[in-house]
Ligand binder design. Structure first.
Ligand code: ADP
Ligand code: MG
Length: 248
């Protein structure tokens, strides 16, 4: 086997990010293996979103390296579009195109970026929407769907082209509490089918039940990490204990 086949899906090496004087990522090292579900927790402002945005190259790192399946995506020569095409992303605010039907939202990137034939994209899209309980919404416009349904559509869009990595940033934070469960159920089924996921969430009970590893971010770095049992039941660091006391 080549070295590449052993490469982790994602590797961050001493990643730093500054916004002006604000040192937001202060040396992040993180390794995510294939099929792993890693959940970022930490106070608002601790750098979770910035970390994920550097992986998707929305933000450029100021120092350090990020490797995607062994490829250095922080190399200035790396093609941003090609890197983004390998990563599925869902953020807090589902940004579906309001003038496009669900199926067209779901297949747009597959057709335009991945050059997937339209009929193949449609078949795959209908198949996934059906599997996730949205089979009757294929030809609807987004504004006819609930927030939870829209967010599930956004997830289907993100997984249509089988990305190497899924980034899910607070995907339930803008939802009516009644609608959170259906979105989390979908994330759980993605885990069950072997997706590699890096997510940030405030849903601590979900984090505990779905994560292979919990990563606690504090002031721009990883302060501690471990299994859900280790981090939630026996946090080592005072800052972790304080955070958990506030949120659980
Ligand atoms: P979290 O997701 O953990 O709440 P963020 O990554 O959003 O944390 O924010 C970390 C810090 O970076 C905060 O101090 C925030 O104000 C700052 N920040 C984030 N994005 C920007 C930006 N585009 N420009 C300037 N500062 C930013
Ligand atoms: Mg955030």
């Amino acid at each position: 086997m080549s070295a590449l086949e052993h490469a982790a899906v994602l590797e961050l090496r001493d990643v730093h990010k500054l916004f002006g004087e604000n040192h937001v990522l202060t040396g992040v090292d993180l390794l995510i293996e294939k099929h792993e579900v890693v959940v970022l927790i930490g106070a608002s402002g601790s750098g979770k979103s910035t970390l994920m945005r550097t992986v998707n190259l929305i933000e450029r790192v100021d120092d350090g390296q990020i490797l995607l399946s062994g490829d250095d995506i922080t190399d200035p020569r790396a093609a941003t579009d090609k890197v983004r095409a390998r990563i599925g992303v869902v953020f807090q605010h589902f940004n579906l195109f309001p003038h496009m039907r669900v199926i067209d939202n779901v297949t747009l990137a597959a057709r335009k970026v991945h050059r997937m034939p339209a009929d193949e994209a449609r078949t795959k899209g209908v198949d996934l929407l059906t599997r996730f309980g949205l089979g009757d919404k294929v030809d609807e416009y987004p504004d006819r769907l609930s927030g939870g349904q829209q967010q599930r559509v956004a997830i289907v869009r993100a997984i249509l082209t089988d990305p190497e990595l899924l980034l899910l940033d607070e995907i339930t934070s803008a939802l009516d509490p009644m609608l959170v469960g259906e979105v989390l159920d979908l994330v759980r089924s993605l885990k069950d089918q072997g997706s590699t996921i890096l997510m940030a969430t405030h849903e601590m009970s979900f984090a505990r039940s779905v994560a292979d590893r919990i990563v606690f971010m504090h002031q721009g770095r990883i302060l501690e990490q471990g299994t859900p049992e280790q981090v939630f039941d026996a946090p080592r660091e005072a800052a972790t204990q304080e955070f958990l006391a506030r949120v659980t």
